[in-house]
Ligand binder design. Structure first.
Ligand code: SF4
Length: 304
């Protein structure tokens, strides 16, 4: 699918939101609650820090390179050009997120070189499934949002949106994780449906294709959503939000162990692993249910 440029959808600022909106939800946080309510609490309410893993850092780096690749003229979007972008993008990320530097103690040059090489290998997986010289994305890493049920702002970052000459939309998500795909596929599809719902509600068009690009395996997974399905999905998202509100009011977020626990940073505080959660944070004097709408959601690649 080639793409015509379109005007980037700007997410509304909190002051532009309808007065009825009283909360916001990103696909990552919604998927957290669906996966494990306690994980949602640790990340969204306790806001416990998570040290980035090498795998997450590699995902962020590959996403950054693929975004910049499309700044080049089409003919210049070669595997060599993508490889050339890797070191500079890594330097930029480390400058912007100094905690990434801590992944490689003492700046071990061999470890950094191996890491950069592994990112280049993932980019090789990208070129095995797409030819970026034939693509002109309409949007990259764009923040999109929509209000559903009058009260809930749903929003998140798209990796890439392609728009065909006939207006058909294709949402593309790059998956860079090395974990078994089946462990994360339901979560990835949930995220893509979330974006499809936002696009449908803001543009009146159901995306024709939701595409997952698994770079490690060099595989493509396409999914074609339907309007009726997105209506049901919207009800699911609103019900999920109500469940989050109820759990917050009751301060009751239970662990739900699964295969995804292997990738959880909070096992030491999880009762399922013999840990104890910290005391539930007391509400501030002026609760701000739109706090998440005033902050920036996780950028692409951060949730790999
Ligand atoms: S370890 Fe598993 S059950 Fe515990 S909080 Fe993390 S994801 Fe939930």
């Amino acid at each position: 699918m080639t793409a015509d440029p379109v005007i980037t959808q700007q997410a509304p600022t909190p002051t532009e939101l309808p007065a009825t909106v009283r909360a916001s939800l990103s696909p990552s946080r919604a998927a957290d609650f669906k996966t494990c309510p306690l994980l949602y609490r640790f990340r969204s309410i306790d806001r416990l820090p998570e040290r980035p893993s090498v795998e997450q850092a590699r995902g962020t780096l590959v996403h950054a390179v693929l975004e910049r690749l499309f700044d080049l003229a089409p003919a210049a979007r070669t595997p060599e050009a993508a490889g050339d972008l890797v070191p500079g993008q890594w330097d930029r990320l480390v400058t912007e997120q100094p905690e990434l530097a801590g992944l490689f103690p003492d700046d071990d040059p061999a470890a950094v070189a191996e890491f950069l090489s592994s990112a280049s290998a993932l980019l090789g997986g990208y070129f095995a499934v797409e030819d970026p010289r034939r693509l002109e994305p309409a949007e990259r890493e764009s923040l999109i949002s929509a209000v559903v049920d009058d009260e809930l702002l749903i929003r998140g970052y798209l990796d890439r949106l392609d728009v065909a000459p006939d207006g058909a939309l294709r949402v593309v998500d790059y998956k860079t994780g090395g974990a078994p795909r089946e462990a994360f596929e339901a979560r990835a599809l949930f995220q893509l449906k979330f974006y499809a719902l936002v696009l449908w509600r803001t543009r009146g068009v159901v995306p024709r294709v939701l595409r997952l690009l698994y770079l490690k395996d060099a595989e493509v997974c396409d999914y074609a959503p339907e309007a009726e399905e997105l209506v049901r999905f919207e009800r699911t998202v609103v019900a999920l939000w109500r469940a989050i509100e109820q759990a917050t009011a009751a301060r009751d977020f239970r662990p739900r162990p699964s295969r995804l626990c292997d990738w959880c940073s909070h096992q030491a505080r999880c009762p399922s692993y013999g840990g104890t959660p910290p005391p539930f944070p007391e509400p501030t004097a002026t609760p701000d249910p739109l706090r998440d709408a005033r902050s920036t959601p996780a950028p692409p690649g951060a949730d790999e």
